[in-house]
Write a protein that binds this ligand. Structure first.
Ligand SMILES: Cc1cc2nc3c(=O)[nH]c(=O)nc-3n(C[C@H](O)[C@H](O)[C@H](O)COP(=O)(O)OP(=O)(O)OC[C@H]3O[C@@H](n4cnc5c(N)ncnc54)[C@H](O)[C@@H]3O)c2cc1C
Length: 457
């Protein structure tokens, strides 16, 4: 019988973000010999530069904004102000408290050997890191993605910020032109506008948040304009950026008419591209610039190599990368392979009000030619909105013709919490009638879910 080849590790994970970290620690806990390689900061995008620092700053911004409007509640808040370096310190503290950023020691404590450096495949079972060669029986590629910078005349020379670097500015810019009108763009638009920045958002589609139910994008566009003076340039293509001293002149085309605006900073928030430049061809892993190809089990064309997270070029959410990572850890070592279920993955935008959705949107249903019923409950229909002094927001529920809930969108101060009720309903095929007959606490935002469900029954 041929001798089984010996390797340095049972599993080498390349990339220590959400897509890699869970798998590495699960496999180590199960007694496997595991190594993780990280080219930059251990922990990846989410804790170091993404979700967590941005949410920490947004939290401070929303408190500041609410305090400024506290007179409506009989409170005096005339002297409220902010110190931006202190806000940056709060952001750093929040990142530190999660323990997930720059956390090389964490892996070591979990029994995972760590390597700092850029991994590159030399052959199907061998990688190199800083000229050191390591072999493994299995690999997990979780190398994430980088910002894709649109091909706009003069942009490179004029300079720009990304959702990562905009958070590191020493003070909010006086004016900001954002390329892209998705969730991340809206969060940063609101954040900066609260601190006094004049914001322009340029979106090619006819509305902001084009991938979510249209009521949400329309409402946020109105609120951002009325409350924060944000100018939404929909159906707009950015043509050129030119530096004029310390200012940037941005030329855009809207409805065939070319105009320009002068701003301090330009933010590119228009998408990310997978990090696939690690010698995958040497390992017979099929990929394109849009991502690594995997089957339903997250297995690449090389059977012993799996891939998870943003490098797949599909989802860009931490909780999806974590789900895939846990499943990859299972599938790599177990015979009974599992397929991840993405049908109830919630999407969340942490603006105020927040926007959350799950399952199918109305546009998804139209594209699939599904017969549906929809119902909408404005937040004003529940007493909680009166006591909160908030009128803006809604719960929208979509059911099939039998009343089974297949999707929903919530715009509310606590949408990120409320959406899980709808996620549960979609996952377990609950009907609108079942939600409507479930008691919801009086004076809760959740009552709006019951009201929307009752409208369908
Ligand atoms: C600014 C920003 C904000 C976000 N906000 C949210 C949010 O609020 N909610 C949400 O759900 N999602 C959010 N996301 C998306 C979320 O951060 C990603 O979906 C998640 O980080 C994906 O995890 P990952 O492990 O695939 O990639 P990453 O976290 O990017 O980790 C990949 C790691 O691989 C390393 N690497 C790359 N190439 C190599 C190599 N050759 N060798 C060794 N290491 C390598 C990288 O340095 C990196 O640390 C945000 C993303 C960004 C950019």
């Amino acid at each position: 019988m041929a001798k089984k080849p010996s390797f340095d590790y049972d599993l080498i994970v390349i990339g220590s973000g959400a897509g890699g970290s869970a798998a590495a620690t699960i496999a180590a806990r199960e007694g496997k010999k595991v190594a993780i390689v990280e080219a930059n900061a251990f922990g990846g995008e989410s804790p170091n530069w993404g979700d967590i620092p941005r949410r920490a700053l947004l939290q401070a911004a929303h408190i500041y904004d609410e305090a400024k409007h506290a007179a409506a509640f009989g409170l005096r808040s005339a002297t409220i102000g902010y110190n931006y370096p202190s806000l940056q310190q709060w952001k750093a503290l929040a990142v530190k408290r999660t323990g997930a950023g720059n956390n090389r020691n964490y892996y070591e404590k979990q029994g995972v050997t760590t390597f700092a450096g850029t991994a590159r495949f030399l052959s199907p079972h061998e990688i190199t890191i800083n000229r050191r060669h390591l072999s493994a029986e299995h690999f997990l590629v979780a190398t994430g993605a980088h910002y894709s910078i649109p091909d706009i005349v003069g942009l490179e020379e004029a300079g720009y910020v990304t959702p990562r670097t905009v958070l590191e500015l020493t003070r909010p810019p006086k004016s900001l032109y954002i390329i892209g009108g998705g969730g991340m763009a809206l969060e940063i638009a609101q954040l900066m506008a609260i601190f006094g920045t004049q914001v322009y958002i340029a979106e090619v589609a006819s509305r902001l948040l084009p991938s979510i139910d249209n009521e949400a994008g329309e409402l946020m566009q109105r609120l951002l304009k009325e409350q924060k003076g944000v100018i939404a340039l929909t159906e707009t293509r950015t043509v050129a950026v030119e530096k004029e001293g310390i200012i940037r002149r941005v030329t855009y085309n809207r409805g065939g008419v070319e105009k320009s605006v002068r701003v301090d900073e330009v933010l590119v928030a228009a998408g990310r591209m997978p990090n696939v430049d690690l010698g995958l061809e040497n390992a017979a892993v099929a990929y394109t610039p849009k991502g690594i190809e995997v089957n339903d089990y997250l297995q690449t064309t090389a059977r012993h190599i799996y891939a998870t997270g943003d490098v797949l070029g599909k989802s860009t959410q931490t909780h999806t990368a974590l789900l895939q990572s846990r499943i990859a850890a299972h599938n790599i070592f177990k015979k009974n392979k599992v397929i991840p279920d993405y049908t109830v993955t919630p999407r969340l935008i942490s603006t105020a009000p927040a926007i959350a959705s799950v399952g199918l949107s109305e546009d998804d249903c139209l594209r699939r030619d599904l017969a549906i019923n929809t119902a909408m409950a404005p937040l004003t229909m529940v007493a909680r909105s009166t006591t909160a002094g908030t009128n803006d927001g809604f719960v929208k529920i979509i059911t099939d013709k039998k009343g089974v809930i297949i999707g929903g969108t919530i715009v509310s101060p606590t949408a990120g919490e409320m959406i899980h009720e709808l996620a549960l309903a979609v996952k377990y095929r609950l009907t609108a009638a079942q939600l409507a007959e479930t008691p919801h606490a009086f004076l809760s935002w959740g009552e709006a879910v019951r009201v929307a469900a009752a409208k369908i029954v």
